[in-house]
Design a protein around this ligand. Structure first.
Ligand code: ADP
Ligand code: ADP
Length: 222
């Protein structure tokens, strides 16, 4: 699904140059659940941003479904970003003034061809899937951290992504809620075949995934 070849990312500010990724070669296969571990600052978030087309590498090639990203038109890239890939972040990124249902519907507003009715149906279905079917009219502030993260996962699911990129999805949660979120991701991967790449600091969680990749200083070490 994703193939990274010689991916390098250099952040250049006026005075310093930081090599965030140092010639990374990595393949993510369809249906895999891969975890990425490594110390703070080793390039994990940068890697996810590049995989998710949020940032461009300084050099190297990213192929998606066997085609280099450069060969896709802007329109095709927008489609990949919006349809193929779902993001889940450590800090949920929910909008506090919107209900749970509205938060989950939001990304679908920008999709052509999804009617208001379908949008709502998809949002309800996604919230059912994460066990929050009874909380659709709540606001984020009325939910626990674990529930907020489930809303964020439902928001990603409503877009029916083939790939979920999760950046420390349990980083703000206690171990019990972290485990619930982890179980949810494992179920999505197993039952729906969603490909997942997850950054985590939790070795126990990482060992539950199919492949654990360790990073250090911008490079894969195992
Ligand atoms: P991790 O997610 O593993 O903590 P990051 O990918 O966030 O690592 O960062 C990798 C390196 O790149 C770090 O040294 C970080 O300070 C640097 N970095 C990340 N984003 C930027 C940026 N926008 N500008 C400059 N340096 C950055
Ligand atoms: P945890 O201890 O698991 O983080 P909380 O104790 O915060 O969770 O929440 C437990 C339950 O109380 C959850 O079902 C949540 O929906 C509800 N809850 C938490 N905070 C509020 C709130 N401010 N208003 C309404 N319900 C809340």
């Amino acid at each position: 699904m994703l193939q990274l070849t010689g991916i390098e990312k250099v952040y250049q500010t006026r005075t310093i140059e930081t090599v965030a990724l140092n010639h990374v070669n990595l393949t993510i296969n369809q249906g895999e659940f891969v975890s990425i571990m490594g110390p703070s600052g080793c390039g994990k978030s940068t890697l996810l941003s590049i995989m998710g087309l949020l940032d461009e590498p300084t050099s190297g090639t990213l192929e998606i479904d066997g085609r280099p990203v450069q060969s896709y038109s802007d329109k095709e890239l927008a489609r990949l970003r919006n349809h193929k890939i779902g993001f889940v972040f450590q800090s949920y990124h929910l909008i506090n003034d919107l209900s749970v249902l509205d938060n989950v519907e939001l990304p679908l507003l920008y999709r052509s061809g999804v009617s208001g009715k379908e949008r709502q149906q998809r949002a309800y279905a996604a919230l059912e899937k994460v066990g929050l079917g009874a909380r659709t009219n709540h606001f984020p502030s009325q939910l626990s951290g674990g529930q907020r993260q489930r809303v964020a996962i439902a928001r990603a699911l409503a877009g029916q992504p083939e790939l979920i990129l999760a950046d420390e999805p349990t980083g703000n949660l206690d171990s019990v809620m972290g485990e619930e979120i982890m179980d949810l991701l494992l179920t999505l991967n197993r039952e729906e075949g969603t490909t997942i790449v997850m950054v985590t600091h939790d070795e126990q969680q990482a060992l539950k995934t199919q492949r654990l990749i360790r990073f250090f200083d911008g490079s894969q070490v195992s």
